[in-house]
Design a protein around this ligand. Structure first.
Ligand code: SF4
Ligand code: SF4
Length: 164
């Protein structure tokens, strides 16, 4: 009998208390302050350096510089955050919340905008042209130095013959 009286405060409290369950997804979920969530990228800030790929302990990232893509297999990501620490452009972030569920296990591919991709290609072409020009200039300089040395040697030889 005394057990019934022990429960009475709890029963009364629950009668007048709001439900403790969340009204999700009708109301947005509230994530704890330190929840890790998932990785997001500002893809147009990415320079395709691959530092995130090399630092990822589960190997769930891939970068294609030519295509301008950054790919993550979210099923392998453990949300450790190493990639966000290594990224030199700070374009990776751990964002609260989770991805929208889907029927297939597929990788998420992020693509740079055409303008950014074109600008990068132009920059790379300019850098390659500059490097080729510098290489050609260095080769011409070396050839000129070699020719001058040979000319000096040819001039020195008759003089030595006269002395003998
Ligand atoms: S959070 Fe960790 S596991 Fe996920 S992509 Fe970044 S480095 Fe890889
Ligand atoms: S480390 Fe950052 S800048 Fe480099 S490839 Fe990864 S996301 Fe892009």
């Amino acid at each position: 009998m005394s057990n019934i009286f022990n429960f009475t405060p709890t029963v009364l409290k629950n009668l007048f208390h709001k439900p403790v369950t969340k009204n999700y997804p009708a109301e947005p979920a509230q994530y704890p302050e330190r929840s890790r969530g998932h990785i997001e990228i500002d893809i147009d800030e990415c320079i395709s350096c691959g530092m995130c790929v090399r630092s990822c302990p589960t190997g769930c990232l891939a970068v294609d510089r030519n295509e301008g893509t950054w790919t993550i297999n979210r099923f392998d990501c453990i949300a450790c955050g190493y990639c966000t620490l290594k990224c030199p452009k700070k374009c990776l972030h751990l964002t609260p919340g989770y991805q929208t569920p889907g029927p297939q296990k597929k990788e998420a591919v992020y693509q740079k905008s055409p303008e950014v991709l074109e600008a990068e290609r132009q920059k790379a072409a300019e850098a390659a042209a500059k490097a080729a020009a510098a290489k050609a200039a260095a080769a011409a300089k070396a050839a000129a130095a070699k020719a001058a040395a040979e000319q000096a040697q040819t001039a020195a030889e008759p003089a030595a013959a006269v002395k003998e």
